[in-house]
Design a protein around this ligand. Structure first.
Ligand code: UDP
Ligand code: MG
Length: 338
């Protein structure tokens, strides 16, 4: 159903769901709801907030349960362990039945007020409305430099182009949500998937706020893995580049062979040249190991995909019925909660 159909069908009956991945955000939950709920009441006739508790170790789930007691529109899916933000978003989309779904962070870096502009664009007929961050002042310098490099590389190598400043903060029409749900891949690079599905898209500029409390859950190690996942799920260039490098090195070695042949014919046998020999052997060894490593990265990803494990496991749900497909044997107290 497109936004237009939704509007024509029931201009008053628009339902919006908000998906919020949370990992150790107990303190931020009440703060977020305080700003988000009144806004949703204003822009939609009914709403639902779907927290995805990504294996938090603090009191996040208790905070959500308390919020659910006060307001039944607050619901949650709680993972059996930490699966990562990308998978948490996928679980949120699986559990958000609405005309439009908003995805946002829990730390108030994504100002809830911007949702009003998202909804306005959606009512105009846009189906994939993304928040385009104006600056990245809230990130460290190192992170900004890496992120810039990554986007440059993605643009050069990737087969999908990412809009400038677009992240996970966005509104997706039901049609986009269904398209994203249909993506069966395990290595999820959401930013790429949002761009890959297409649909009528538009950016809404917004200023990223400071984190309300706690600190970023992304270490440099996690960010590096994430960047590699992104590049490798959307580009096969790292695999193909070895054909070119191999061809260039072979051509160069043929030229060298020819040169040695000629110089031997003219000047006779020449023993020195040990240093250049070692350097070229080491260089070639390095190139071979690197190309094997790249193959390994892709094969590892193929392995993860063919195992066909479930994307996530749900430990418990708050304010929604259990799903027998993703919730293995719910414990009795978890059943009591739903
Ligand atoms: N998050 C998550 N799982 C993780 C890491 C983060 O669900 O493994 C959530 C986190 O709780 C927050 C959002 O993803 O709501 C963005 O995380 P964070 O603010 O740490 O990232 P940053 O703003 O630094 O990119
Ligand atoms: Mg943040």
């Amino acid at each position: 159903m497109s936004a237009n159909q939704t509007r024509d069908g029931a201009s008053a009956g628009v339902e919006i769901a908000v998906v919020v991945p949370v990992y150790n955000e107990a303190e931020n939950i009440p703060r977020l709801l305080e700003r988000l709920t009144p806004l949703l009441e204003r822009v939609a006739s009914s709403h639902r907030i779907v927290f995805v508790d990504d294996g938090s170790r603090d009191n996040t789930i208790e905070a959500i349960r308390a919020a659910n007691e006060a307001d039944h529109n607050v619901t949650a899916v709680s993972f059996s362990r930490n699966f990562g933000k990308e998978i948490a978003i996928a679980a949120g989309l699986d559990n958000a039945e609405a005309d439009a779904v908003v995805i946002m962070d829990a730390d108030l870096q994504h100002p809830p007020e911007v949702i009003e502009q998202f909804v306005a664009k959606w009512r105009e007929g846009y189906q994939n409305v993304y928040g385009a961050r104006v600056d990245r002042d809230t990130d460290s310098v190192v992170r900004r430099v890496f992120s810039k490099r990554f986007y440059k590389m993605f643009a050069a190598l990737g087969e999908t182009s990412l809009p400038e400043g677009a992240g996970d903060f966005r509104l997706l029409d039901r049609q986009c949500v269904l398209a994203l749900r249909a993506m069966g891949e395990r290595a999820r690079f959401s930013k790429g998937l949002y761009a890959w599905i297409g649909f009528k898209s538009i950016g809404v500029p917004f200023q990223v706020a400071e984190r309300a409390s706690g600190e970023s859950k992304f270490s440099y190690r996690k960010l590096t893995r994430f960047a590699l996942d992104g590049l490798m799920s959307f580009s096969t260039m790292p695999l193909k580049v070895w054909t070119y490098i191999g061809t260039a090195i072979s051509a160069f070695s043929m030229l060298m062979a020819l040169r040695f042949l000629i110089s031997t014919a003219i000047y006779g046998v020449d023993v020195p040249g040990f240093a250049s020999l070692i350097v070229s052997v080491m260089f070639l060894g390095g190139v071979q190991l690197l190309s094997l490593g790249v193959l390994g990265e892709y094969i590892g990803r193929i392995f993860a995909e063919v195992k066909r494990r479930p994307l996530y496991l749900v430990g418990e749900r708050v304010g929604m019925p259990a799903d027998p497909l993703s919730d293995p044997a719910p414990r009795s107290h978890a059943r009591r909660l739903v």
